[in-house]
Design a protein around this ligand. Structure first.
Ligand SMILES: [Fe+2]
Ligand SMILES: [Fe+2]
Length: 170
């Protein structure tokens, strides 16, 4: 985007770039958490859920592409080294040290809720002011909402499965 195009934006572009850079770091951490967790995961329904988590991982990576392209269009510099991801990210990176499926899913659910908050803030900040960033943020937000729903559904299914097993034992 040209200098004039950036100048006429009725918002604090530096603040917006800071928010986008935080989102960019959060996406890479989310991608890695999904990517590794899916492979280490153990427990019921693993074979159905693992490929779905890898789909989520790829979507997070695609979000980082959308976000980094916008940072560059706005004249910003993306965070250049993974060593700085934790400094900018507001979301935690939960190492998959316990591979049990429910633990992995709970960790990812926490990440999704953090991402939902992030894109809601970016969408609100740009609403009616920077249509391009607003559109990117709402597009990503919709996918994060779908991810949250997927994980909540799997956790519910796992819970039901455990309840059924308990009934059989009684
Ligand atoms: Fe994402
Ligand atoms: Fe997500």
């Amino acid at each position: 985007m040209g200098k004039k195009g950036i100048d006429i934006l009725p918002l604090d572009v530096k603040k917006l770039i800071k928010m986008l850079n935080a989102a960019f770091c959060e996406e890479w951490l989310a991608y890695h958490q999904y990517w590794l967790g899916a492979r280490l995961m153990e427990g019921p329904m693993r074979s159905e859920i693992e490929p779905e988590l890898l789909v989520h991982a790829n979507q997070e990576l695609n979000h980082s592409v959308l976000v980094v392209e916008r940072i560059i269009q706005l004249g910003g510099t993306p965070v250049l080294t993974p060593a700085d991801w934790f400094k900018h990210s507001r979301c935690d990176y939960d190492a998959p040290s316990d591979p049990y499926i429910e633990v992995i899913l709970e960790q990812n659910l926490k990440g999704e809720r953090c991402a939902i908050q992030r894109y809601k803030e970016i969408a609100d900040y740009t609403n009616g002011k920077d249509h391009t960033t607003h559109q990117i943020a709402t597009t990503i937000l919709n996918e994060e909402l779908e991810h949250e729903q997927d994980i909540e559904d799997w956790l519910l299914d796992l819970h039901r499965l455990k309840e059924d097993i308990k009934k059989i034992r009684l």
